[in-house]
Design a protein around this ligand. Structure first.
Ligand code: ATP
Ligand code: MG
Length: 560
């Protein structure tokens, strides 16, 4: 084990400080953390924070991190989620090695320990209904009321609990509760439920069990069985810690983990509740868990977000003990920063407008040289063909431009990137009066984009040859919600009706169409794009990962 890198990493946040101190004091010789998702949905960017924290600490301090499925609620859990969670953790760049576990692996032991609690007089079977239990729990200001079943004998409790296990009772008819204190200031200590009856098929244990442990009962004991040293969870579990510790104290556990809480990630324009994400999918507001507008790892991946950008984002936001909301612009910044360095440049015309170069010879084609990355000569160059008929971006032309519009307009000269200076000499309109084609001339002396007489133009535009470009569908995404703090309760009202813009007639370079590398490319002046899985032979589909600048703040936030 090295001490240097450990020391360098310490102090980055309060949890790493604790870990460092525990190593220094020899409280632990090896750090073991875990990431414990419930397989009831896909992972999202908030989970990425937890993954990076748990796996990151294990890496930095020479320990290990387990992946443990907290599969204690079979009615909501599915194999699809188990598979996607493993794929997503790997995609983020982390690996649990052989340390893959399931809370359900411990069902037998948890059950035996529960019988032990009953024998010690620390647990009882309660026949109250869920509703009665809720009412009798009291409030923050009033103590709870003891259950009329609280003083059952050990024998009676054991008998009832065994029959619960044997499946003799219907769902909801009884629970096993810890016998702690119905007047405790902390409501989590008012005889919390340890087991409930649930006749449901479990993805791993099938129909073997008719009772399932609660989160509070299963979680800490799973930590203890696995020898977790630091059980890191989000702040809402702070009030559960006394119960976590109470159970570790009462049970014959092989180790005593400690729970630490940190602030969960919240992002503007984003909801990270699994309930909401599930609803978005089920109600068809998005195309699936991997819809590129979703804050899921699968969505980010499909959108072309590189895992390194997610890791950088998580590192920048840090780990704190107070809840806050992070500007989604921070995530976007990290994505742009990474892609600007790595993405090769290409040209694409998203909303094409045909431009015919009248003085360019009919049938002639020229191969011009284009640079693949302005800051990376090793990325090389490629050929793009120029011809008489081109496409330019519709937005780059205005028939009656305002004063500061420097792009193409009648009589105005611009540079076509890597090609020539061109001038617009006329427009052709359809019956509705819309411009459908431009007539232009080019200056053959400006090949490569510079005029020998030194004259300047104020705009450089991207373009593609009409003949030697390929049609593509391009999907441009905006925030899924138009409200910076969308309502989780009524999220449908906050959905952004313009979150997806489909551009069915875009044009791309032929090499882009045939590229199957999955790499993100920068389409010059338009942003970063990646090929989508919906691509079919002859019909490529591209997702815009992100625009070049933070235009969103301007569009939504008013003037900018
Ligand atoms: P829900 O949306 O119902 O709250 P969950 O996010 O708690 O579900 P889990 O599968 O239990 O779902 O989460 C696994 C781990 O990820 C937990 O340790 C949890 O604390 C952590 N986690 C979940 N959401 C966030 C978040 N937004 N920021 C940081 N960590 C999170
Ligand atoms: Mg949870």
């Amino acid at each position: 084990m090295t001490t240097e890198p450990v020391a360098a990493e310490a102090g980055r946040d309060f949890i790493r400080d604790i870990v460092q101190a525990d190593l220094s004091s020899k409280t632990h010789s090896r750090i073991v953390t875990r990431f414990p998702p419930e397989p009831n949905g896909y992972l999202h960017i908030g989970h990425a924070k937890s993954i990076a924290l748990n796996f990151g600490i294990a890496q930095e301090f020479g320990g290990k991190c387990h992946l443990r499925f907290d599969d204690t609620n079979p009615t909501k859990e599915e194999q699809e989620y188990i598979d996607s969670i493993q794929a997503d953790v790997h995609w983020l760049g982390y690996d649990w090695g052989t340390d893959l576990y399931y809370a359900s692996d411990y069902f037998e032991r948890l059950y035996e320990w529960a019988e032990g609690l009953i024998r010690a007089g620390d647990a009882y079977v309660d026949d109250q209904s869920q509703e009665e239990i809720r009412i009798n729990r009291g409030t923050l200001t009033e103590p709870g009321k003891n259950s009329p079943f609280r003083d059952r004998t050990v024998e009676e409790n054991l008998d009832l609990f065994r029959r619960m296990k044997a499946g003799e009772y219907p769902n909801g008819s009884r629970v096993l509760r810890a016998k702690i204190d119905m007047a405790a200031g902390n409501i989590n200590l008012r005889d919390p439920v340890l087991y409930r009856i649930l006749h449901a098929e479990h993805p791993r244990t099938g129909t073997k069990w008719s009772i399932y442990p609660s989160y509070d009962y299963a979680h800490g004991q799973s930590d203890a069985i696995e020898g977790i040293t630091h059980s890191i969870c989000t702040l809402e579990f702070e009030d559960h810690r006394p119960l976590y510790d109470w159970l570790l104290e009462k049970l014959p556990v092989p180790s005593k983990p400690r729970q630490y809480e940190f602030a969960r990630l919240n992002l503007t324009y984003t909801l990270l509740s699994k309930r909401v994400l599930t609803q978005l999918v089920r109600d068809g507001h998005v195309s699936g868990w991997d819809d590129p507008r979703m804050p899921t790892i699968a969505g980010l991946k499909r959108r072309g977000v590189p895992p390194a950008a997610v890791r950088e984002f998580v590192k920048r936001i840090g780990v704190a003990k107070a809840n806050s909301v992070v500007d989604v612009g921070m995530l976007e910044f990290c994505i742009r920063e990474y892609l600007n360095k790595t993405a090769e440049r290409r040209m694409a015309v998203l909303r094409p407008l045909k431009a015919v170069i009248e003085n360019y010879p009919e049938g002639q084609v020229e191969e011009l040289e284009a640079v693949n990355h302005p800051d990376d000569p090793a990325a090389g160059t490629r050929k793009i063909s120029f011809g008489r008929e081109l496409y330019i971006e519709r937005d780059d032309f205005m028939e009656n431009p305002p004063k500061k519009f420097f792009r193409l307009s009648p009589g105005n000269e611009v540079r076509l990137r890597y090609a020539y200076f061109v001038k617009c000499t006329g427009v052709i309109k359809n019956d509705a009066g819309e411009v459908v084609e431009l007539r232009c001339t080019y200056d053959p002396a400006t090949k490569g984009g510079n005029a020998p007489d030194g004259r300047k133009v104020k705009a450089t535009m991207h373009w593609l040859s009409a003949k030697d470009s390929v049609p593509a569908e391009i999907r441009v995404y905006n925030q899924l919600f138009s409200n910076p703090s969308p309502s989780a309760a009524n999220f449908a009202a906050d959905l952004n009706p313009e979150s997806l813009e489909v551009l069915p007639d875009a044009r791309i370079e032929p090499s882009v169409a045939s590229d199957n590398s999955g790499e993100v490319m920068q389409f010059e002046r338009q942003g970063y794009f990646v090929r989508d899985k919906d691509s079919a032979p002859g019909k490529p589909v591209f997702n815009r990962t992100i625009g070049l600048r933070d235009t969103f703040a301007k569009e939504v936030g008013g003037k900018g």
